[in-house]
Write a protein that binds this ligand. Structure first.
Ligand code: HMG
Ligand code: MG
Length: 302
């Protein structure tokens, strides 16, 4: 099986990573995190979320983050927009891409965005139309594609159903998200193949949380299917406020280390990401979750 020669990494640390932090992360830290990541060569950065501040207080200052970052030419800055109110804020903030997010599980949809899957799609219709009119890229994300914290098993058909609905809204990219990190490679392969049967594979992405240590294996399985976009979070920051016990996304350092080893180009400077991972983890008062990040940092100081 020939693997892709290039992979796009969507760095989600500033959004998925920080959204779960209990203590408010200072605005200047968020801005510096984004700027360090784009300077490292990140071509797609999820910088914040225009969601209700009552639901996710940590993202309340996303407009200020977007206003203060240094825009690196060539980097796509994405933000989450659950409804038209969020979209208008995203447009004002000059986001390059907006993300509408649904789920393959009804129970999770209710907990995360307070509505059913069908209602969420209805809510996204005007958002998608507005994004198209404003020529802003549109991405769709499907939580719980490999399992749900409330419902357990999620049928592959449920994922495909949401892929088709998001495709009908005109999504440029669709994320298959393993919110609670329970997926294993065989299942991942099956879901990716099923999704690729109804949506162009080059515009499908894998968003893996690493709760059970399966994310790298799942990325490799996805590469074998032909997926070439993956989400990752520097230092493995994060979790989801509506998926208790879920840990962060797969660490960017770990993904880059594997891809470099295989000879797949991402355009990102691993060394700079290692430094950024150590820096942000230090500020948050913890050790970096990335195994590769810690090993590379230790080698430096040896
Ligand atoms: P609701 O309470 O059902 O909606 O929330 P509402 O329309 O009744 O609004 C309630 C209040 O929120 C109102 O304010 C609105 O103005 C305000 P009030 O009148 O009470 O003062 N509001 C907003 N404020 C700012 N920006 C907005 C906005 N919308 C409403 N856009 C809603 C529904 C969808 C808004 C809410 O449930 C919400 O914001 N949910 C977001 C949850 C979230 O951010 N979850 C984490 C991100 S998803 C994720 O992490 C998964 C992902 O990583 C993939 C994976 O791993 O699975 C993407
Ligand atoms: Mg996530």
């Amino acid at each position: 099986m020939k693997l892709p020669e290039q992979v796009k990494i969507v760095e989600v640390g500033p959004r998925d990573g920080l959204q779960n932090e209990r203590a408010a992360v200072p605005l200047e830290v968020k801005v510096e995190l984004c700027d360090r990541l784009s300077a490292a060569g990140v071509a797609n950065l999820e910088a914040g979320a225009f969601v209700s501040p009552k639901w996710v207080p940590q993202m309340a200052d996303s407009a200020q983050v977007m206003a203060q970052i240094v825009r690196r030419p060539g980097t796509i800055y994405s933000v989450l927009t659950p409804n038209l109110q969020g979209f208008e804020a995203a447009l004002a903030a000059r986001a390059d891409e907006v993300v509408i997010f649904s789920a393959a599980s009804e129970a999770f949809s209710q907990r995360n965005i307070n509505c059913s899957i069908a209602q969420s799609i209805e809510r996204f219709v005007p958002v998608a139309a507005a994004a198209k009119a404003a020529r802003v890229r549109l991405r769709g994300s499907i939580s719980c594609s490999l399992g749900c914290p409330y419902q357990g098993e999620v049928p592959v058909g449920a994922v495909v159903d949401v892929v088709e609905r998001l495709a009908a809204l005109g999504c440029d990219e669709i994320d298959i998200a393993d919110t609670i990190g329970v997926g294993t490679p065989k299942r991942t392969r099956a879901v990716m193949e099923a999704a690729a049967a109804v949506f162009p594979i080059e515009r499908l992405s894998g968003h893996f949380h690493d709760t059970y240590g399966q994310a790298i294996a799942n990325i490799y399985a996805s590469l074998e299917v032909g997926i070439n976009i993956f989400h990752a979070s520097t230092a493995g920051l994060g979790g989801c406020p509506y998926a208790r016990g879920a840990t962060g996304n797969v660490a960017t350092e770990d993904v880059l280390f594997m891809l470099q080893g295989i000879g797949i180009d991402t355009g990102i400077d691993l060394d700079a990401i290692v430094s950024t991972g150590q820096w942000i983890s230090g500020l948050l008062g913890r050790r970096t979750e990335s195994r590769a990040g810690n090993a590379l940092a230790a080698r430096r100081s040896a």
